[in-house]
Structures are given as C-alpha cells and as structure tokens.
Design a protein around this ligand. Sequence first.
Ligand code: ADP
Length: 474
Amino acid sequence: MKIFHLSAECYPVAKVGGLADVVGALPKYQNLAGLQAAVVMPYYDRKFTRENEFEVVFNAATLLGNKRYYFEILKEKTNKLGFELFLVHIPGLLDRENVYSYPDEREQFIAFQLAFLDWISYSQQTPDIIHCHDHHSGLVPFLLYHSKLYRRLANVATVFTIHNGQYHGAFSWEYVSLLPEIDFTQTGLLDWAGGINPLASAVKCCWKYTTVSPTYLTELTISSNGLEYLFWVERAKGYGIINGIDTEIWNPKTDAMIASSFNVKTLAKGKQANKQVVCERFGLNPDKPLFSFIGRLVVEKGADLLPEAIERSLIELEGQVSFAILGSGDEEMELALLELKEKYPGLCDVFIGYDEALAHQIYAGADFLLMPSRVEPCGLNQLYSLRYGTMPIVRSTGGLIDSVIDFGDEGGYGIRFNNASVDDICYSITRAHGLYQNPAQLLALRKRMMALDFSWDRSAKEYIDLYESLNPTI
Ligand code: ADP
C-alpha cells in the first residue's frame, strides 16, 4: 500500500511543534510494518536542506492565479529518515527559512498543494492513500475530487489528520482565483462561514479524518474555533488515534543530546546527573524540586498563567522550588517571564527561543513538567517526559486525559488538575513538592512512568487498520 503524507513540517527537516514529530515518525513505523509511506513537504532554506543531497525527480510550472511558478520535486538521496522524503521546491515562494508567518502564507501553501497534485498527476503516480496533515494540505481532498485537472486521481482515498483544530488557514472568496479550475456547483465544500476554509473543506471532502487523541475527537464538537457544528455532523467519519513517540530518538539510554544516559535501573543516578546540568545552565539549586515548561508561549498552552503561578508558588513554598522555562511565542508572555527571572534569580530562569537539544536535556533533568494547556490535541511533551522519568503535571484536556493518570488514582504516575487557572497550577505544584519529600515513592512512580509504552507501534497499526478499511486498490 502506497501512502503520501503531506505536511508543512517533518522532523528533522523542519520542526515548529508536534506536527513535525508525528510526520517524522509515523511513516517510518508504517514502512517497518510493510507499507510504502513517503513524506512530501515544502522545501525550506534550513540546515537539513542545505546539508543533505537531493535529486530532482520532476519539474514543471504551476499556475497560481495569473502568476506562473516553476517548481521542482526533490528527493532526498539516501532515505536515511526511514522513508522517502520529497520536497516541493518553489524558488522565491517556499525556499525561506521559517515555516510559517509570512504575509503570503496563503499563496505558499496553495502552491505547495498544487505542485504536489501536478507532480503525481503528470508523472502518472497513483498512491493508494493521500494522507493530509492540518490545514496546510487541507485543500487537496477537494481539488482531487472537484477539479478537472486531477480527474485521473479522483478515486484515490484521502485521510486527513487534525493536529490542531484551532487553526483553519481560512481566507476570503476573493482569492478563489488562486485555485485551478474547479467545479463551481461544489463550492459549498470549500466554504465555512462565508470564506474558503481549508480545514473545514478537508473534513468535508476526505474519506476519513483522524484526531491525534480520542478525547480531542469529542472536544472538537464542543470547541474548534467555529467548526463545532461541522465536527458534530461529520463525526461518523472521525477517528481518534493517540500519537506515539519515536522511541529511537526519545530514548534516555541512547540520547546523544543529554549529558548522562540512563535506563530504568540507573534512573536515580542518571536523573541527578542530568538535573545538575540543567541547574548549572539555568543557575538553579539542584537540591530543590525542579519544575519546567517547554513549549510555545501561547494562550492555548496556558503559558499566560505561568508567571503568576510561579511567583505565587515561590512565595507560598518559601523558595523551596525552582523553575526552568524554555519557549517562545507571545511577546507579552515572554516579557512577563523575563521579568520573573529578573525578580527571582536562582529560583526561576527562562530561555526564550527554540533549542531541541536543551529540550532533551530538560526532559531528562527536570523533576516535574508543567502543562497547564487550555487545548492539547495530543501533547507530546508529557510522553517524552514520562519516558525520561519526569512527572508531567497536566490540565485534564485532550490527549493529556488519554495519556496521564493522576498518581492518586490506581496505576497512576502523573498529576492532573481540572481548570486552566493559577489556583489549580499552584495546588498541583504543592502536591508535587509534597511528593518530592518522599523520595522512595517518587522513585517508584518514576520507574512506573519509564515502563509505559507510548511507542508508535500500536498507533501506527491503528492507522493501517483505518487505511485498510478504505479498501485501497492494491
Ligand atoms: P504543539 O505542536 O502544540 O506545539 P506538542 O506537545 O504536540 O505541542 O509538541 C511540541 C514539540 O515541540 C515537542 O517535541 C517539544 O519538545 C517541542 N518544543 C516546543 N517548544 C520548544 C522549544 N522552545 N525548544 C525546543 N523544543 C520545543
């Protein structure tokens, strides 16, 4: 069975968040299970694209409105990622450093999708499944089934995975001329609330859609930035499949990005050694429980609650806790955290930016990982922290509900709270602080965390079952 995964991100080529981790791992595990899974993504001007060798497998031009863009499809020569990697290279439009946030993002991702469709259409390839991820490839199902240009591919099954239902990529109908010739009797399939909405269109047109956790599937019918009714109507073709983690990359035994490797037997020593390194880097006292946060500083992640929660915890627990924060995002949140760092040196430190290796080191060295998310479709941080024996403190939402059991409940190993509020975060920090006073109990819980299996094997199989249910031709 041949699958093309279409995505804006893929680790290690270009990563902004969890989407990259999933698209960099799922195809690898699908190939191990005997499928032929490949990834197609834009060519960005980044370290990976500069340092690896590619061959041109196709070139042509695509029309975006009245502008013609020449493009190449580049294939990474070695398949070293565990899957074929194809990059859509559109000079002047896609070959930039960042993945998102350019003023012509709409044109960028439409062109990416059209170039992909032109390529597989003209090169006579017929995959069994086109698996689109998030709104950046959300127009593909509509175009496959309702544009004359791609009629040859009209029987190809499409699966659409929602990694984040808050972002829709919507734009006004005045830009419809950027699309190729479409069947104008079907424009309702592109529309939501009077605009072209790629996420909504994908949900309407794909054969099946998935969310990255079972709980998130239900949550989208209650909160999805205006698409609640759509998710309610279409719920029969939705599936919730929890993400796995790439256990080759995220393995405390072999992780080259952490200072001291460890396994479940050497956990106590390994955690201590890694904590020492994190505390040196952040100027903190390693004798105190270390709380961390890694992620985008946005409201969705509850990052706006952190400054007050940290300050209050420092006061209430009389400075007997410490905090290391790694993230970037909203400017106000960045500033509030930096102010806290100034105010509480030696107790709270903040690194504003993106640093993959530092993230690994923090997962390995922290005692607790804070995730006060308002929305969390799956969440990978809690899965990584569990693998490194770091207790996640999570708000009960989305995939966090599906992957973290409170240590007060049977078989539990984490801390969960209900409200995205300063009160709930502080209360959870106090519980964690209490637990830290009982090293034997904490060690036993850490061992339980490390024994959990969140590898891709199980979830990759669920995707394969889903593909097979679509009766692909081969
Ligand atoms: P989302 O995709 O919503 O941002 P996820 O939990 O699904 O959240 O995935 C976040 C991924 O991005 C994890 O691999 C996490 O370690 C990584 N990450 C987020 N922010 C940073 C950062 N500032 N530096 C390094 N890694 C980060």
